[in-house]
Structure formats: structure tokens, C-alpha cells
Design a protein. Structure first.
Length: 129
């Protein structure tokens, strides 16, 4: 059984990494394509900042949840802010074309416990003391 090599729109990972950001943007769907073509300089600055932090051995932490994942980010470990804390995410080739915020949940699951005082009709008449 052979392992199937990852391709994105017929391009291998090596071909994608060699591409320019705007060239990669042309392979994406409409909304992401438009976003990359308009904000390619912002994405380029983000990648340069990440590479600088990697060379200084500092963790990459960001609030930029709207940045689209491009091939130059593959393999990076980026901590993305979810509104309360930074959650580490390792970028893989399957994440290409998605936004960083899609991989970090902002809302936690509600865990219901026992009802508090005054929450039910029977406990409403009890004294608080």
C-alpha cells in the first residue's frame, strides 16, 4: 500500500512552497482569493515576522485570526488567540486556504452542574442563610 502524496489543486507541496503568495491566491476559492490578492503585503509581513521570531527562538503568538494560511507557513507552530488565551497550532498542508481562526475554538462547551439556590421553584422559598 503506497502513501498518497498531498496535492492542492494538482500542485505538490514543493511546487506550492516555491510559489509567490499572489500566485497561490489564484488557486483559491473566490472569497479567499480576493482576500489574498488585496492583503498579500500584510500576509508577507506576517510571514517575515514569524521567520524572524523562529530565528530568535521565540514562540509565535498572534491575534490575526483572519490571516489565510499560505504554503510558506507549513510546519510553523503558531499560537493563536481565542479571546482568552493563546492556543498552539501546527500548520499542516491540509490547512492551506483556510484562516488561522478556523482552527482555534472561541467558545467553550457549556458544562451544566447542579442548580443553584433560587434556580428552581422548590429552592426559591428557602432562606439564603
Amino acid at each position: 500500500m503506497t502513501i498518497k502524496e498531498f496535492t492542492y489543486r494538482g500542485k505538490t507541496t514543493e511546487e506550492l512552497v516555491k510559489m509567490d503568495i499572489r500566485e497561490f491566491g489564484k488557486l483559491l476559492k473566490a472569497n479567499e482569493k480576493r482576500s489574498i490578492l488585496r492583503k498579500s503585503d500584510e500576509i508577507q509581513k506576517f510571514i517575515l515576522r514569524c521567520n524572524k521570531k523562529i530565528s530568535m527562538k521565540k514562540p509565535i503568538r498572534t491575534h490575526f485570526r483572519h490571516i489565510i494560511i499560505v504554503p510558506a507557513m507549513i510546519g510553523m507552530k503558531i499560537s493563536i488567540h481565542n479571546g482568552k488565551e493563546f492556543t498552539p497550532v501546527i500548520i499542516t498542508s491540509e490547512m492551506l486556504g483556510h484562516r488561522l481562526g478556523e482552527f482555534v475554538v472561541t467558545r467553550s462547551k457549556v458544562k451544566h452542574g447542579a442548580a443553584g439556590i433560587g434556580a428552581t421553584r422548590s429552592s426559591a422559598s428557602l432562606s439564603v442563610k
